[in-house]
Design a binder for this molecule. Structure first.
Ligand code: SF4
Ligand code: SF4
Ligand code: FES
Length: 249
């Protein structure tokens, strides 16, 4: 059942949630739906129930439902999260849920954002493996205990969900800032002993919109659902780019 736009129900029947959902694009309004509480219900279940049972025009994204694809991220009661791995009961406040699209990205419609700028920054940070002019034919052996391998391992599980990017105030202030996810990826590659693109990568991440802009206020690290630490990866890039400058000087 659809309730009044931009209102929440103060008299929700017991066992129901009042779910405020952003509708529209950059401009729009909240629309409130009433959804029954169910055992083990995730926030993604709530959104899916609205779309299937109440309003098929509601736009949102998901794919895996198990925390692998990263496509279901939204802002839930003010905080970016994977909705498929967030139980509604854990985050409701006074029987209310407020769902918004990820911040710092253009809204396509409702809860779906355009991720193009996010992925373009991975490219700009040279967040891709560079094998060099003569790629090795065989597998490289990289000992798990080496410091570089461990530094790469610490950030390699990123699934590109955009939660950290949505949480970063610096991206909001400076839309050109490469952002925590792209810089975290760059750091994993800086520590990849097989990679042959380090000079270009360190140059790419050391510009005005690169690692040295980061204020280290840790929102990305606090909110990353994979418990990665982009702040520390960025600190590593700051050190690596500074060393490179000293060597050149
Ligand atoms: S630590 Fe840096 S990248 Fe992370 S949220 Fe803060 S400013 Fe953004
Ligand atoms: S670093 Fe974490 S929050 Fe950021 S895109 Fe990767 S998995 Fe998502
Ligand atoms: S639907 Fe894939 S991570 Fe949530």
């Amino acid at each position: 059942m659809t309730l009044n736009a931009d209102t929440t129900s103060s008299d929700s029947p017991e066992g129901a949630l009042a779910v405020r959902v952003w509708r529209g694009g950059a401009t729009g309004a909240f629309q409130t739906f009433e959804v029954a509480r169910r055992p083990n219900q995730t926030v993604l279940d709530v959104v899916t129930e609205i779309q299937r049972e109440q309003d098929p025009t509601l736009s949102y994204r998901f794919a895996c439902r198990v925390g692998m694809c990263g496509s279901c991220a939204m802002v839930v009661n003010g905080r970016p999260r994977w909705t498929c791995r967030t139980r509604a009961a854990a985050v409701v406040e006074r029987d209310e849920l407020t769902l918004e699209p990820l911040r710092n990205l253009p809204v396509v419609k409702d809860l779906a954002v355009d991720m193009e700028a996010f992925f373009a920054k991975w490219r700009d940070a040279k967040g891709f493996f560079e094998p060099g002019p003569e790629p090795a034919n065989d597998f490289a052996v990289v000992e798990p205990s080496t410091p570089k391998r461990q530094a790469a391992d610490a950030g390699v599980e990123c699934i590109n969900c955009g939660v950290c990017y949505s949480a970063c105030d610096l991206v909001a202030w400076n839309p050109d800032y490469l952002g925590p996810a792209a810089l975290n990826r760059a750091w994993t590659l800086v520590n990849d002993v097989r990679d042959k693109g380090q000079t270009a990568r360190l140059a790419a991440v050391s510009g005005d919109a690169g690692c040295h802009s980061c204020h280290s206020h840790m929102s990305c690290t606090e909110f990353c659902p994979k418990a990665l630490a982009p702040t520390f990866a960025i600190a590593g890039l700051k050190r690596a780019t500074a060393r490179r400058l000293w060597r050149r000087g």
